[in-house]
Design a binder for this molecule. Structure first.
Ligand code: AMP
Ligand code: MG
Length: 269
């Protein structure tokens, strides 16, 4: 079977109900192919990250968005585990604090973008400002409405400055979210992850889907595309994300820098 088509083509309409969160190319969790493909992708990511770091010219920014319990933390744990921590920075964005609120919505984001040679991972991002903020009416519509263009221009600036973006929306079903929230409730070791506030968000599921669709339609651009990742099955989500990260780094094609001249004649005594 062909790879699941994750890319949201710039300018296209999207209906999330057409995307099956359980899609998995007909693969089985325990199939040898799954492990082999995932391990191959992770190994190659490791090599490419070293080249990216050595080259020191470009950076990669991976953005993760999802409903609560959508798998953002798990994706970071599984897919980023093979990377050299020296070249990676993970940033999690919570509700803005007073200092952040005293600035424009991109201020806290811009200072966390990856420098040349490094990879940045955003666990939530500036997209919260057109998601939770829109759904819970935290600012007036005239304000969030303008943000789609502001985001596109900001991301264009990043792209033109050497940052490649890979934006991943982890798509889970409402039933799967229920199971995962229930599992957090049932397991004392997971209580720290459970917030009754998440139940209030769950009640607004349809509003969130509408906000996610607007985000995907209006902010998937040539330089900074969105992908919809079927995420009900964690093992498939990890496979798809690992392969996408690998393919993106491959496309960036980092190169070893030119060595000092005359290395062939060097003798270490
Ligand atoms: P968690 O990821 O479970 O730690 O939750 C972080 C919370 O911060 C979520 O409920 C987000 O919706 C919220 N959050 C993140 N960014 C913003 C923002 N810009 N405005 C309001 N709430 C936000
Ligand atoms: Mg949470």
């Amino acid at each position: 079977m062909a790879k699941y088509p994750t890319l949201v083509k710039p300018g296209s309409k999207i209906s999330l109900s057409d995307h099956d969160p359980r899609a998995c190319e007909g693969l089985k969790k325990k199939a040898p192919e799954v492990k082999q493909r995932r391990d191959a992708a992770l190994e190659r990511i490791y090599q490419l990250q070293e080249m990216l770091w050595a080259e020191g010219e470009q950076s990669l920014l991976i953005v993760l968005q999802a409903m609560d319990a959508g798998g953002k933390d798990g994706t970071i744990r599984h897919v980023m585990r093979g990377l050299n921590p020296q070249g990676v920075m993970v940033s999690s964005f919570k509700a803005p604090n007073p200092t952040e609120l005293a600035h424009d919505f991109l201020w806290r984001i811009h200072r966390r973008t990856p420098g040349r040679g490094t990879i940045g991972v955003f666990n939530r991002s500036h997209y919260e400002d057109v998601l939770v903020v829109r759904v819970k009416k935290l600012v007036a519509p005239e304000i969030w409405e303008k943000r789609y263009n502001q985001i596109n221009e900001f991301e264009e600036l990043l792209c033109e400055s050497g940052t490649r973006m890979l934006k991943l929306y982890l798509h889970i079903s409402k039933e799967e979210q229920k199971e995962r929230l229930q599992a957090r409730l049932d397991n004392p070791d997971k209580h720290w992850k459970f917030s009754t506030g998440d139940l209030a968000e769950r009640k607004r599921w349809d509003d969130y889907m509408e906000a996610f669709e607007a985000m995907l339609e209006r902010c998937s651009t040539e330089c900074s595309p969105w992908h919809v990742i079927p995420s009900d099955r964690k093992w498939y989500r990890n496979l798809v994300v690992a392969e996408l990260v690998r393919d993106t780094l491959e496309d960036m094609a980092p190169k070893w820098p030119d060595p000092e001249s005359g290395l062939a004649d060097v003798v270490i005594e």
